[in-house]
Design a protein around this ligand. Structure first.
Ligand SMILES: [Fe+2]
Length: 271
């Protein structure tokens, strides 16, 4: 199973800029790169914060960009999103019975689960009893199937002091649900606008840079959020029965590839 993962495009209405950048143009460049190099992926997942202000004009920009993507996609809600405005522009988005933007995607090798951690009006994330009950049901259906979970808010603090104030507040309850099933092999999150990997409750996780602006690598400042313009990235993910491989790609890096090691490179030394 081959996937592409994008995070936090933060689109604004056409013609506006955000932190001196054009978010639509950056997402457009990302999609052009995916179309050229990874149009054999089965699915593209965008890990939330599709827009910056959650307004219809911004979702229309998201739609315009995604209309050019050559592979199917699944979209998550982030703290900057607004469910009702999103659904007006993307009415066919799969939802659970309560209307949360939660769904699953079944492939032969793995089941993907997309969670909705948006707490309207707040930057922190939540998974209420209704959303957790849906998750339990999703995991209980074929409980041996390797499962990958996608959600905007990371369930742990990482040392970025201001961002850590807005993590998933129901992380303990989520941990209880996941530990009862033991079938979640990997967790993808957004929100932090930084490349961060680790494990949480024994489950490996990966967080990506945004396609627009980044959060600075600053583990000290605790009274304001510091941004930076490190390059944007997306990830290409291969999921085999037992292995998961994640490649990060800085799609705006201007450097040209070149041949390493000379013409007669061999895997045999001194050949
Ligand atoms: Fe974000």
């Amino acid at each position: 199973l081959k996937l592409v993962v994008i995070s936090d495009p933060h689109l604004v209405p056409a013609g506006e800029r955000l932190y001196e950048l054009d978010p639509s143009q950056r997402l457009g460049a990302c999609i052009a790169d995916i179309n050229e190099h990874h149009n054999d992926a089965e699915l593209c997942v965008i890990n939330g914060d599709l827009t910056y202000r959650g307004d219809i004009a911004s979702y229309e920009e998201v739609k315009k960009c995604l209309d050019t993507l050559k592979i199917p996609y699944r979209l998550l809600m982030g703290n900057h999103d607004e469910r009702s405005a999103f659904l007006k522009v993307f009415p066919d988005t799969p939802r659970d019975a309560q209307g949360f933007v939660q769904s699953t995607f079944e492939s032969e090798t793995a089941r993907l689960v997309f969670l909705d951690t948006l707490a309207s009006g707040y930057h922190y994330g939540e998974l209420c009893e209704q959303r957790l009950a849906w998750l339990k049901e999703a995991l209980a259906d074929n409980p041996k199937k390797p499962t990958i979970v996608f959600m905007h808010h990371p369930p742990l603090t990482v040392g970025l002091k201001v961002m850590d104030m807005a993590f998933l507040k129901d992380a303990e309850k989520l941990a209880q649900v996941l530990s009862a099933y033991q079938n979640v092999h990997y967790l993808f999150c957004g929100h932090l606008h930084r490349p961060i990997c680790g494990t949480w409750q024994g489950i490996p996780f990966c967080i990506l840079r945004s396609t627009n602006h980044q959060v600075a690598f600053d583990l000290i400042t605790d009274n304001m959020l510091i941004g930076c313009h490190e390059p944007p990235q997306y990830a290409v993910v291969f999921i085999e029965t037992a292995d998961i491989i994640i490649h990060f790609h800085d799609f705006l890096d201007p450097s040209e590839p070149f041949q390493l090691g000379g013409k007669n490179l061999s895997i045999q030394k001194n050949a």
